[in-house]
Design a protein around this ligand. Sequence first.
Ligand code: DGY
Length: 323
Amino acid sequence: MLSKPKVFLAHPVPESALTYLSQHCSYTIWDQHKPLQKDDLRNILKQVDGALLTGHAVDAALVEGCDQLKVISTATVGYDKFDPIELANEGVLLTNTPYVLDETVADLVFGLILSGARRIAELHTHIQKGEWRKGTPSSALFGQDVHEKTIGIVGMGRIGEKIAHRAKEGFGMNILYHNRSHRPEAEKRYNAEKVELDVLLSRSDFVVLMVPLSDETKHLIDKEALRKMKSTALLINGARGNVIDEKALIDALQNNEIFGAALDVFETEPLPQDHPFLTMKNVTLTPHIGSATAATREAMAMRAIENLVAGAKGETPTDVVKG
Ligand code: DGY
């Protein structure tokens, strides 16, 4: 009988995914009490057919000489920590988990829009600190309307379209988008208008970032871009922290150049304890949790394991990243 392919998991996965995995592969899981250092990882990768490496940066040097290794699977849709082309040159496929998280991320983005616009997080703190002492809060605590406003979606991919759906059907918003290619379906369904980034920034009440991180999108929202936004606009980032030049954003927020920011992702994660965002009232923060509902994280783990199994067996996984 042929022996099962060997795989390595850098982090635990739910029982359902493990059951499926054990039917097809033999596996080891990294001891979560020890940090996984590069040297450990290099040695492990030399002895396995595949690895689940969500959150670990992997370059060609790390997989060089790993002749047995066929696949690296990440339980995320974003793959900015990997270079799929370099990996392919070393004979290693990279797989991710698209589709299964689209609705869940769009939900969180809408939560950020509503929380930022209506200052929900700030008002929650206001009450907790015992500052609600008069019957009616003063106009200093009033927020912005969301319904029938203009939303500008930077990156009209699958998640962008789910956000557009919520914006149009739930809130009657006007939709602008900026994307490399035209999205005729989104234009037809949501009456979305494709515009240049400058136009989107100057016309939108809500600017939502949903682009993948690349050399092209790093610091896409810099000082100049922020200056083009309305002073009443809210910036929402559900993509990657480095799409925004955070220093420029901090200046813009401190000078009230924009109304606020609602952010799920940051240049440094976890956010450092002394980060200026932590004391700013016009910022809503969540800890990179866009896809993190129990059901969606389980679906992502399952999809990542299915991709891992297929790749380790030498088959073509469903979600190979082309780069
Ligand atoms: C993703 O899947 O890319 C999410 O941002 C989690 O990292």
